[in-house]
Design a protein around this ligand. Structure first.
Ligand SMILES: Cc1ncc(COP(=O)(O)O)c(C=O)c1O
Length: 393
């Protein structure tokens, strides 16, 4: 194709999909329970991953400002050169202690962490066994490695066993799962996964991006929730959701795995160091989490209340106790219209449809935050009831 034809090709893609591609609403306020957008004031926000309500908080802003004063704006260097400040190491230590893991290394996102782990740990004689609903970053990371790949049906233990059986002659075997499936709000069966891993001599990796900070009695994550601390070998996670919501990711594991990653994981070695004020603010997050479980307790109370009330309205909601609460509507256009009507009533909730979820399983993914008040949740529930009636569902 000539250059002009290539440009035309992309133009035609954009024109073909004009009516189906979503455009983000431009937010003109801080991230919080309520946000202002260009066209709507004070929308009640039900679609942020701001589980603990820290993202727009004064505590985070203050800690980050102190971080800038102490450590400067940036490092202009990767971690392996002169881009490791004491605050990076401090956060790595604090995360390790909090998660009860041996060591941790930081990335600039969890996408990078997942993108950079498999090729660093696995080669052609090894096997990776991955849940079909795992996050895109895990799928991409696996594509970059030479290991044999096996996909098992979502959280289906008999299928996982079959895949492990097929992979049994591989040298290193690594089972990888999301701790929480982010479109469903369901938690992986980690006890059974760890049992199977032991039986087949496999390592277990859990992506706890939707769990670290609030799932489990102390908010350590799904390994705490499922009672498998010490049995999960690798945890990846994000700083961009519950833990303050800025950006950054990490991998926690045994010191030998982390040491290999520091040498071989390409997004760690060949990318710039995480902004130091983010590290400083995330040390503060760990302080908050270790001082009290208040925020995660409020989040879980909110979640329980909301799940009970929304179910009373007769919506299809996957069972669970996680603050991701998807309202399954099925039809794509119904979900899109439902979302628009909710926004018009003052509730920021977006529809999610194919290819992110299966065809005919479109949904509104609502997400609860510790920043929501009971009145906020009552308002959302009343809007769901009204729109359901308006649309005759
Ligand atoms: C399960 C899961 N893993 C990884 C990521 C990527 O995290 P980050 O935003 O830090 O790149 C996300 C974010 O959407 C996620 O939901």
């Amino acid at each position: 194709m000539k250059v002009k034809e290539s440009v035309k090709y992309y133009k035609s893609i954009v024109e073909d999909s004009k009516n189906t591609w979503k455009r983000p609403m431009e937010v003109i306020s801080k991230q919080d329970a309520h946000v202002d957008t260009l066209h709507h004031k004070g929308l009640l926000n039900m679609c942020a991953n701001n589980y603990l309500g820290l993202a727009g908080s004064a505590a985070m802003a203050d800690a980050a400002k102190k971080g800038i004063d102490r450590w400067g704006f940036g490092l202009s260097a990767g971690r392996s050169l002169c881009g490791t400040q004491s605050v990076h190491r401090e956060l790595e230590r604090r995360l390790s202690n909090f998660l009860h893991m041996e060591d941790t290394l930081l990335y600039t996102s969890c996408f990078d962490a997942n993108g950079g782990i498999f090729a660093a740990l696995l080669d052609s004689q090894d096997a990776v066994i991955s849940d079909e609903l795992n996050h895109a970053s895990i799928i991409d990371g696996i594509r970059l490695c030479k290991a044999q790949r096996y996909i098992y049906k979502n959280n289906n233990m008999s299928d996982l066993r079959k895949r492990l059986e097929e992979a049994k002659d591989a040298l290193v075997k690594l089972i990888v799962t999301d701790g929480v499936f982010s479109m469903e709000g369901t938690i992986a069966s980690l006890v059974e996964i760890c049992d199977l891993a032991e039986e087949y001599g496999a390592l277990v990796m859990v992506d706890d991006s939707h769990a670290t900070g609030f799932v489990g009695a102390h908010g350590r994550g799904t390994h705490e929730h499922c009672g498998v601390e010490g049995r999960v070998d690798i945890i990846s996670g994000t700083l961009g959701k519950a833990l303050g919501g800025a950006s950054g990711g990490f991998i926690s594991a045994s010191k030998y795995i982390v040491t290999v990653l520091r040498q071989r994981s390409r997004p760690y070695v060949f990318s710039n160091s995480l902004m130091p004020c983010i590290c400083q603010a995330n040390v503060k997050v760990i302080d908050i989490l270790e001082e009290s479980t208040g925020l995660r307790d409020k989040l879980m109370d909110n979640t329980q209340y909301y799940r009970e009330e929304i179910k009373k309205l007769g919506f299809e909601v996957p069972d669970g106790a996680h603050p991701i609460v998807p309202i399954i509507l099925g039809d794509e256009s119904v979900a899109a219209e439902f979302s628009q009507r909710m926004i018009d009533k003052g509730v920021f909730v977006m529809s999610i449809s194919y290819p992110v979820v299966a065809k005919g399983r479109a949904r509104l993914r609502t997400q609860i935050s510790a920043a929501h008040s009971k009145e906020d949740l009552d308002f959302v529930i009343s809007c769901f009831a009204k729109v359901k009636e308006e649309m005759g569902l």
